[in-house]
Design a protein around this ligand. Structure first.
Ligand code: NAP
Length: 256
């Protein structure tokens, strides 16, 4: 499968850390020409150098339309176009519903949901010119499938991404552009790793496959949606969570 991504130009928003970095690494190793975008352009460039395979990093803010337009333009100029957008950038600060401020709500919504809209809109002129135009959104199990106290704003943004996707894929189908979403469970990122082994072990205990996800697990799912072979798949989701959403109760998990 991976040969069909060779030499394709892939932009990963939020590619300087965590899942985005994992997606960028998987695509680069499969032969894609990868550009990673994050607000901290120096960090993005440093990570691109570590990824290798000709990856580049650049500054860009998904809440800022002008920054996306100029950033994607720079990528297209450098690589000759854009074939794949991985709309991955996201934030997840915790805030309880009863005390959440409008600013806290807006920060999460502006980055995760409006940021997805702005990223997709800015990428469309380039994806239309590709014969393998692909958009892969990083959503979450939180919101579309599950709930987690402290994350009402986040859950709404992640569920909203899927509503957006299901109509965007219809509007973009006439250009041969597909839009799909990956829904990660609990994935080991720099942030989670910093919370210690005991915390990770307690989280892994709720996963039937017995481990937390790796960023490459999400990268491989994104790679499928971006591949030539997935050209007839659009508006769809794939949950990558080690079976985490499946147990009906703690007892069900214990009996497995
Ligand atoms: P992370 O490690 O905190 O990395 C977030 C990335 O997004 C960084 O590269 C960050 O770089 C960038 N970013 C943040 N705000 C941005 C903005 N306004 N414009 C451009 N880039 C921005 O996060 P993660 O855990 O990998 O999460 C990535 C995605 O996966 C998110 O959409 C998240 O909702 C989703 N997800 C994560 C998990 C998990 O277990 N980690 C589970 C389900 C879903 P800068 O700060 O330099 O901008």
């Amino acid at each position: 499968m991976s040969h069909s991504i060779k030499d394709r130009v892939v932009v990963v928003t939020g590619g300087s850390k965590g899942i985005g970095r994992g997606i960028a690494q998987v695509f680069a190793e499969a032969g894609a020409r990868v550009a990673i975008m994050a607000r901290d352009g120096k960090q993005a460039a440093a990570v691109a150098a570590e990824i290798g395979h000709g990856a580049i990093g650049l500054a860009g803010d998904v809440t800022d339309k002008a920054s996306l337009v100029s950033g994607f333009g720079a990528v297209a100029q450098r690589f000759g176009g854009i074939d794949v957008l991985c709309a991955n950038a996201g934030v997840f600060p915790s805030a309880r519903l009863e005390t959440m401020t409008e600013a806290e709500w807006d920060h999460v919504s502006d980055t995760n949901l409006k940021g997805t809209f702005l990223s997709v809109q800015a990428a469309i002129p380039f994806l239309k010119k590709s014969d393998q135009g692909r958009i892969v959104v990083t959503s979450s199990i939180t919101g579309p499938v599950t709930g987690f106290p402290g994350w009402t704003h986040y859950a709404a943004s992640k569920a909203g991404q899927l509503g957006f996707m299901r109509t965007a894929c219809m509007e973009l189908a006439k250009y041969g552009i597909t839009v799909n979403a990956v829904l990660p469970g609990n994935i080991v990122t720099e942030g989670l790793a910093g919370m210690g082994a005991a915390y990770q072990a307690s989280m892994a205990a709720s996963v039937p496959l017995g481990r937390l996800g790796a960023v490459a697990d999400i990268g491989h799912a994104a790679l499928y949606f971006a591949s030539k072979e997935a050209g007839y798949v659009t508006g769809q989701t794939i949950i990558v969570d080690g079976g985490q959403i499946l147990p009906e109760s703690l007892d069900a998990l214990a009996q497995a």
